[in-house]
Design a protein around this ligand. Structure first.
Ligand SMILES: Nc1ncnc2c1ncn2[C@@H]1O[C@H](COP(=O)(O)OP(=O)(O)O)[C@@H](O)[C@H]1O
Ligand SMILES: [Mg+2]
Length: 351
């Protein structure tokens, strides 16, 4: 059987004091290939941690099966699954040195001390902490502690690595550094990994594939590009990136009308049909318009360095517009009338 992780129609219910029996996870099927990193992404309470905890063995599914490298582990104890963890609340052992923290799993496996030394030193070097072996956790910064946690999770060469919001206690800059380090190490070592986060940008940066969860169900899975350009539902469109969800009307086999503009777009639907369109902020262009043809009006402008965000009112909608060519154009002032152009290449039609 194939290597990697396989969840087959997994469900988990909890008894809730107020709501009664609730499904934390419902009928979830998911495959994670050997060496692949898949992220479970969704808002708080959607069932990400419960799914991860079932893979780890800390929870048992009510229905369905979980296998790792072809072996059914649904009822196997956590410490028999060959899994490394990096959880937000899975702290280092405070009384152990950095070296002993990283060495812990190897000593549980009764590896000889020479091997332990070699592997731990290698691992500390890999996370940029050579020479930190004698330090204790309280002497380290938050970022350094998380690197020790990463080293501890990877050192015993687990079959699978699981991450549950491992970076949420770090400041923004450290979060970026750590996610790159995690990604780099995971690829280099080639470990199969499942990563949980509610942060869509983190998910896009770190994952081979993303599974978006909503109320216990995986609503769509795919690459970051799939989810961004071809969201299956309005929920996914709104959760991944910023979006304009606009009503359109099919004019002809190759034309759609959107907020009074005619856009070249083949929908495959009969003339007169109503369609829902996902139009990302960078797919809308604006240019100063002569006052005789006021089309949209700039309501807000935010310079963000790599782009300038505008809010433009048009036909009762408030459009999110991102200008990435702003270094070549003079900024458009708030209150100015603008001609609005929808770039058809990236427009997605929702079912
Ligand atoms: N041990 C538990 N007992 C009762 N309800 C739980 C338990 N664990 C999770 N839940 C409920 O299951 C749902 C999913 O929780 P969780 O998997 O932690 O979501 P997430 O990690 O996406 O925020 C939530 O409604 C949560 O309250
Ligand atoms: Mg959680």
């Amino acid at each position: 059987m194939a290597n990697g992780i396989r969840l087959d129609r997994v469900s988990k219910r909890f008894d809730h004091t107020v709501k009664g029996e609730v499904y934390a996870v419902r009928d979830v099927s998911l495959g994670v290939g050997q060496g692949e990193l898949v992220t479970l992404l969704g808002p708080s309470g959607c069932g990400k941690s419960t799914t991860l905890r079932m893979i780890a063995g800390f929870e048992t599914p009510d229905e369905g099966t979980i296998s790792i490298d072809g072996q059914d582990v649904t009822h196997v104890l956590p410490n028999r699954r060959g899994i490394g963890f990096m959880f937000q609340n899975y702290a280092l052992f405070p009384h152990l040195s950095v070296f002993d923290n990283v060495a812990y799993a190897l000593r549980v496996e009764r590896r000889d001390e020479k091997t332990v030394r070699t592997l731990v030193e290698e691992m500390l070097a890999a996370v940029g902490l050579s020479g930190y072996g004698r330090q204790h956790p309280h002497q380290l910064s938050g970022g350094e502690q998380q690197r020790v946690a990463l080293a501890r999770a990877v050192v015993f060469q687990p079959k699978v690595l699981l991450f549950d919001e491992p970076l949420s206690n770090l400041d923004a800059k450290l979060r970026l550094e750590m996610r790159e380090q995690i990604r780099e190490l995971q690829k280099r070592v080639g470990i199969t990994a499942v990563y949980v986060t509610h942060d869509q940008e983190e998910a896009m940066a770190i994952s081979d594939r993303i599974a978006v969860m909503e109320r216990g169900v995986i609503v769509q899975s795919g690459t970051a590009q799939d989810l961004y350009y071809r969201p299956a539902t309005e929920f996914v469109a709104r959760f991944i990136g910023r979006t304009n969800l606009l009503a359109g009307r099919v004019l002809s086999p190759s034309d759609v009308e959107v907020l009074g503009a005619r856009v070249t777009l083949a929908t495959g639907r009969p003339a007169g049909s109503a369609v829902r369109l996902v139009i990302r902020p960078e797919m809308i262009g604006i240019a100063p318009a002569a006052s005789s043809i006021p089309i949209g009006r700039v309501e807000q402008r935010t310079f963000l360095g790599e782009k300038t965000d505008y809010q433009v009112s048009l036909g009762g909608e408030r459009l999110q517009v991102a200008a990435t060519d702003h270094y070549r154009q003079p900024p458009i002032d708030v209150g100015q009338s603008v001609a609005v152009h929808f770039h058809p290449e990236g427009i997605h039609i929702l079912d």
